[in-house]
Design a protein around this ligand. Structure first.
Ligand SMILES: *[C@@H]1O[C@H](CO)[C@@H](O)[C@H](O)[C@H]1NC(C)=O
Ligand SMILES: *[C@@H]1O[C@H](CO)[C@@H](O)[C@H](O)[C@H]1NC(C)=O
Ligand SMILES: *[C@@H]1O[C@H](CO)[C@@H](O)[C@H](O)[C@H]1NC(C)=O
Ligand SMILES: *[C@@H]1O[C@H](CO)[C@@H](O)[C@H](O)[C@H]1NC(C)=O
Ligand SMILES: *[C@@H]1O[C@H](CO)[C@@H](O)[C@H](O)[C@H]1NC(C)=O
Ligand SMILES: *[C@@H]1O[C@H](CO)[C@@H](O)[C@H](O)[C@H]1NC(C)=O
Ligand SMILES: *[C@@H]1O[C@H](CO)[C@@H](O)[C@H](O)[C@H]1NC(C)=O
Ligand SMILES: *[C@@H]1O[C@H](CO)[C@@H](O)[C@H](O)[C@H]1NC(C)=O
Ligand SMILES: *[C@@H]1O[C@H](CO)[C@@H](O)[C@H](O)[C@H]1NC(C)=O
Ligand SMILES: *[C@@H]1O[C@H](CO)[C@@H](O)[C@H](O)[C@H]1NC(C)=O
Ligand SMILES: *[C@@H]1O[C@H](CO)[C@@H](O)[C@H](O)[C@H]1NC(C)=O
Ligand SMILES: *[C@@H]1O[C@H](CO)[C@@H](O)[C@H](O)[C@H]1NC(C)=O
Length: 442
């Protein structure tokens, strides 16, 4: 836009760089009047939501907006938001760590709390969010769950929220979280957390839900280094369909749950359908903490002893390509670290089906189904699950093992013989979520 025209608009606007016409607020960045400097646009953004967040419209025009400070744009009502430019988060790690909003769960935090009732949030005309996560990836050096490393955007306390076309490139941490909400859809979601200096992109979950009901995720393409989609505690009636998770992703999961003894996790009525996992570390799985808590003094990465229920879950029509561990139930997900306690979880898992799961595994294992001794699983079903190790499909021998059949290892499945799972080994009690070698014959 020409500066002259901008000044004209500014002259008639209610406040700096919010051009208001009735209940429609158009946002322009401060940089346009500051020689292109990355002046913080958060105050104008808050102003626009203040003026037009109730029964109105907020439009980010096709410009680069600098988000240098936290955003709390909650309690919107009947509001349509359109993102047409780039929303770029600043990289002042000290600032963010001191100012982020808590999301309570796992002591995690967020840079933007967004929500309300009857709200749309659309990216249009190429609008996108640049988390500038490279700075965080390089800084974190692969350390998981550092306090104050923020989720890009958290959809909070919302009822009837439609988010369409969200494009988050290089999220700082998890790209999105839906928290304490009802009837929220994310459609045409694109997340790409790719590091350009070889640093780990751990914790860059694509979509997480917690304490929320009636959720949809449809048409998503996620490149990341952690859970592609994760339904966490008290997620119900979640439908996820048409999702592609790319190399390095941890795939589609329920969990981790059972982390906190004082808050039981219920996850019910969940369907994951039409998913492609291409080079993922895991595919379609459920992960709980063990029944005996490990240390509780560390952010995110400690816990256990939580109870609850996972019931009525379907994974259908998955195509796996070179996936580390295509299908799993683990009730001691951090067994790598704990090395024990897999038989203690009382979190009940039941009525879970894997239907039409095809493709290839990276190693000679298709499935590890370990339910806890303390809560064996009823109602586990496989129907048309057909996975071959990449090597077998290439006609090559699997390396370093004499177990040449594809492994389906099982433990504590009630009525194992009627599950449809071709169990051919006993699942060991120390199998973590990351597999790095072929399974040996017992
Ligand atoms: C966010 O703003 C709302 C007002 O819209 C306020 O009630 C709430 O306390 C704020 N949340 C935080 C975490 O500051
Ligand atoms: C939200 O939309 C629903 C359905 O149209 C309507 O019944 C409800 O009153 C709206 N809520 C508000 C706060 O306007
Ligand atoms: C948005 O702005 C960019 C950069 O100025 C331009 O290349 C692009 O065509 C614009 N998009 C639209 C839809 O106008
Ligand atoms: C959550 O939204 C409701 C309206 O639906 C509002 O009354 C309440 O104050 C909000 N809670 C918070 C913490 O913002
Ligand atoms: C997301 O935004 C990035 C940066 O503009 C762009 O390169 C990419 O094509 C976008 N992806 C989608 C699916 O729109
Ligand atoms: C993700 O981003 C990287 C780096 O920009 C790019 O090479 C890759 O093609 C992108 N992946 C997808 C699926 O868009
Ligand atoms: C599935 O999602 C992708 C985006 O990841 C989209 O391009 C494609 O059109 C969707 N397929 C259907 C049938 O909607
Ligand atoms: C199981 O969940 C699906 C949605 O994923 C729902 O349609 C179905 O009615 C549920 N079944 C039971 C028995 O609750
Ligand atoms: C699961 O779906 C069934 C059938 O729609 C419904 O009756 C039940 O209330 C749902 N359970 C939960 C926890 O929402
Ligand atoms: C929880 O987060 C806060 C703020 O980010 C941080 O100061 C604190 O050390 C964290 N607690 C733990 C146990 O990591
Ligand atoms: C499994 O695949 C078959 C054959 O393509 C199809 O008819 C059936 O509907 C699929 N099942 C589910 C639950 O999608
Ligand atoms: C697959 O076969 C190749 C060639 O023999 C070998 O280098 C590789 O280690 C094998 N991978 C596994 C997982 O066995």
């Amino acid at each position: 836009m020409l500066p002259g025209l901008l000044n004209l608009l500014w002259a008639i606007s209610a406040s700096a760089y919010v051009v208001q016409d009735g209940n429609k607020c158009e946002l322009y960045p401060e940089s346009l009047n500051n020689n292109g400097d990355a002046v913080d646009d958060s105050p104008s953004i808050l102003q626009a939501f203040e003026n037009c967040g109730q029964n109105g419209e907020v439009i980010f025009t096709n410009n680069t907006f600098y988000i240098n400070s936290v955003l709390n744009t909650t309690n919107l009502v009947n509001c349509d938001v359109s993102v047409r430019g780039e929303l770029q988060f600043s990289t002042d790690i000290d600032y963010w760590r001191d100012n982020v909003y808590s999301v309570v769960f796992q002591n995690q935090s967020t840079a933007w709390l967004f929500g309300g009732e009857n709200v749309t949030f659309r990216s249009e005309e190429g609008g996108w969010i640049n988390g500038n996560g490279q700075t965080w990836y390089t800084w974190a050096k692969g350390t998981s769950n550092i306090p104050g490393r923020p989720i890009t955007i958290t959809f909070f306390n919302s009822t009837n929220l439609w988010v369409d076309g969200l494009n988050i490139t290089q999220p700082q941490f998890w790209a999105t979280l839906v928290w304490q909400s009802y009837n929220v859809s994310l459609t045409n979601l694109y997340v790409n957390a790719t590091s350009n200096d070889g640093s780990s992109v751990v914790n860059t979950d694509g979509y997480d839900s917690w304490q929320s009901d009636l959720l949809l995720v449809e048409n998503a393409d996620i490149t990341n280094g952690d859970d592609c989609i994760a339904a966490k505690g008290n997620t119900s009636n979640l439908l996820v369909r048409n999702v592609t998770c790319h190399e390095g992703s941890n795939g589609i999961t329920i969990g981790s749950i059972g982390q906190y003894p004082d808050t039981p996790d219920y996850v019910q009525n969940v369907t994951f359908d039409n998913v492609r996992c291409l080079g993922c570390l895991d595919g379609a799985f459920i992960k709980t903490w063990s029944g005996t808590p490990v240390t509780t003094d560390s952010n995110g990465d400690a816990g256990g002893g939580g109870t609850g229920l996972v019931k009525n879950v379907t994974y259908s029509n998955f195509y796996m390509e070179n996936v580390g561990l295509p299908i799993q139930i683990s009730q001691c997900i951090y067994a790598e670290a704990n090395g024990s306690g897999c038989n203690t979880s009382t979190l009940q898992i039941e009525d879970v089906s894997w239907i039409n799961i095809t493709g290839t595994s990276q190693f000679n294992i298709a499935a590890s189904m370990y339910c806890s001794d303390a809560a064996p699983c009823p109602g586990i079903k496989f129907d048309n699950v057909s996975i071959q190790s990449v090597n077998q499909t290439l006609g090559l021998p699997a390396y370093g093992t004499d177990q040449q059949d594809e492994v389906f290892q099982c433990a504590n499945l009630i009525d194992q013989d009627s599950t449809g799972i071709p169990c051919n080994l006993v699942a060991p009690d120390n199998y973590g979520q990351i597999v790095s070698s072929n399974v040996q014959a017992q």
